[in-house]
Design a protein around this ligand. Structure first.
Ligand code: OGA
Ligand code: MN
Length: 280
């Protein structure tokens, strides 16, 4: 097994492994690499839904698919695996997020115990577009200027649960009229990683968030400034997918976004997620 950094401060490609053969893996070394680099990339993998579930379960407890994303394809057979896809079969989308742009976000920050890790396996990729970028919110906190840091330290951010990262309203929800009363939950704006002890910004995503205790206009202005800082490419790495890639990120530390792609092309990703704990 070889570990090679893919960007200045985040991301590593692990080569010379077949991750479907979990018995052959040095799990302690992989876990350490994941904690050190924030995102791991494995190329040239062949993963069935079952194999992806088994590999993911080496790093924690699998979370069942969110109700709104339960797959319709039989091969999933009720396993804790689902699709991120724009493909429509028998008049139904087989997965979520379609072909649009997904804004910078961390996964499911709107629940009490957001996932520790998310894993994507590329089954089919479009000829272009649909790249996924990751950005390190530890570096973002480190590089935050003192004025902004003083304004956000000790604050809580309210995360809206009704809207997806591509801006769609989830089934069973109404659109958000007022971000202060949107359904969801609040978490500290700065969190400490439970395994590494390092601190990071934890803002969820820009759309429909609110900084508790501020006037709406103040919250909007502060979020705009914070997000402008978080979008600095210095903290980021962009992954251009090939079929057979598996990417696993630390969802406590990293944010990610996805470029849109041609809706007439096909993109099929298998997805798992590991149960997390309450950010503090
Ligand atoms: C996700 C996600 C982006 C992508 O699965 O959580 O944001 O590249 N996916 O499909
Ligand atoms: Mn996501």
């Amino acid at each position: 097994m070889e570990i090679r950094r893919v960007a200045a401060s985040i991301g590593a490609e692990i080569s010379d492994v077949a991750i479907c053969d979990t018995g052959s893996l040095d799990l302690a070394a992989l876990r350490q690499a994941w904690l050190d680099h924030g995102v791991l990339l494995f190329r040239g993998q062949y993963m069935t839904p079952t194999a992806l579930a088994h590999f993911s379960a080496c790093f924690g407890e699998l979370e069942p698919p969110p109700a709104s994303e339960a797959g319709t394809r039989e091969e999933l057979g009720g396993q804790p695996v689902w699709y991120i896809s724009n493909v429509v079969e028998n008049g139904k989308q087989i997965g979520s997020l379609g072909a649009g742009e997904a804004e910078w976000h961390t996964d499911m920050s709107y629940i009490a115990e957001p996932p520790t890790a998310s894993v994507l396996f590329a089954q089919e990729v479009p000829p272009s577009g649909g790249n996924t970028s990751f950005s390190d919110m530890e570096a973002a906190l480190d590089r935050l200027d003192d004025d902004l840091r003083a304004q956000i330290e000790g604050r809580s951010v309210h995360h809206d649960s009704s809207t997806t990262s591509v801006g769609d309203t989830r089934r069973g929800y109404d659109g958000v009229q007022d971000v202060r009363t949107a359904p969801g939950i609040s978490h500290p704006a700065v969190r400490t990683h439970p395994e590494t002890g390092r601190r990071s910004l934890y803002l969820g995503r820009r759309r429909n968030t609110y900084i508790e205790g501020l006037d709406l206009a103040e919250s909007e202005a502060l979020l705009d400034r914070l997000w402008e800082h978080c979008r600095n490419p210095d903290f980021a790495w962009t992954h251009v997918w090939q079929a057979g890639d598996v990417v696993m990120w630390d969802n406590r530390r990293m944010i990610h976004r996805r470029d849109p792609f041609d809706p007439n092309s096909r993109r099929i990703m298998l997805r798992t997620q590991l149960r997390g704990d309450r950010p503090s």
